[in-house]
Design a protein around this ligand. Sequence first.
Ligand code: SAH
Length: 355
Amino acid sequence: MTALADILQAEITASGPMRLDAFMAACLMHPEHGYYATRDPFGEKGDFITAPEISQMFGELTGLCLAQTWLDQGAPNPVALVELGPGRGTLMADALRATRGVPGFHDALKVHLVETSPALRARQADTLSAHAPTWHDSADTLPALPTLSIANEFFDALPIRQFQRQGDGWCERVVGLAEGTLSLGLSPKRHEPALAHRLEDTSQGDIVETCPAAASVIDALARRIGAHGGAALVIDYGDWRSLGDTMQAVQGHDRADILAAPGMADLSAHVDFEALADAARGTCKTTRLAPQALFLSRLGITQRAEALAAQMSGHTLDAHHAAFHRLTGRDEMGTLFKVMALYPEGAAPPPGLDP
Ligand code: SAH
């Protein structure tokens, strides 16, 4: 049993079953034993690999997308360039390198990173030392400025709640104890006014998920974009209105049981983009949801891939082809991952996305 499992069991014994969002928050961000708080999980040797770690093209193209948005909005100075959950800092480093030639952009921008993991902050400080980033524990403390932001595989790490439909009410899924080990259970049935719209598209026994933290992050970004301009790119796996249990644990590139080793496995859930759009409504606009493959191809990934390939051979070239396929393939991240942007009323959406 992991140290964190002991701590959680003691908490449940003292205070009763725990909501899934509290369980997920502890597993990912417990200061001593949390998955992200203590390690760098990325890469072939880690537990999983993300788009910016697969190829430099991902950060280059998303960076250029934000720089073009900045130009389209009249090149405001100063501007905050923000990343939420920057991991190793690879995406931001690639974005900054690719946009060096955009006149005035680097003079106008200041880099802000929203990151709670001390281990990953240290890693980001190494990668981005030339750009003197400012770190934030949450989006609430970002400056009141035009804000260009990107979040790749950030929202999927935010803690979720799950509810199971029972008649016209809902039982919340909670973590309790059975025979001395962590076990999933259901709380008594309640009416959940926030889930009224889900009575239309669910039936008995269906599970729906909510992510309270996601709405508050979107609110913080939308307020800045609505008042000062900019845009926010959200890239993640998920869909418009999720249905069913999408919470998964991954350890060593394989699926694991979410309760088996708290703090040792990555936990994530599909992003419900409809809920993100709802949280922005009335403050700024949101684009239509686009598959990652469409977004990257509109930004010119094929041309960029060809230009890079021209200088490669042997294994490097094979790996480059494989990376291109992984980012854009139909059976790969190309369709599983979706992109949505927040942008101000009266402005054009960021390149690659539709209003
Ligand atoms: N964007 C990176 C990393 C994705 S993993 C990439 O694509 O490679 C998720 C990132 O979000 C990690 O950096 C993790 O430490 C951070 N994170 C998770 N939950 C967070 C929270 N509640 N607040 C801030 N950062 C968080």
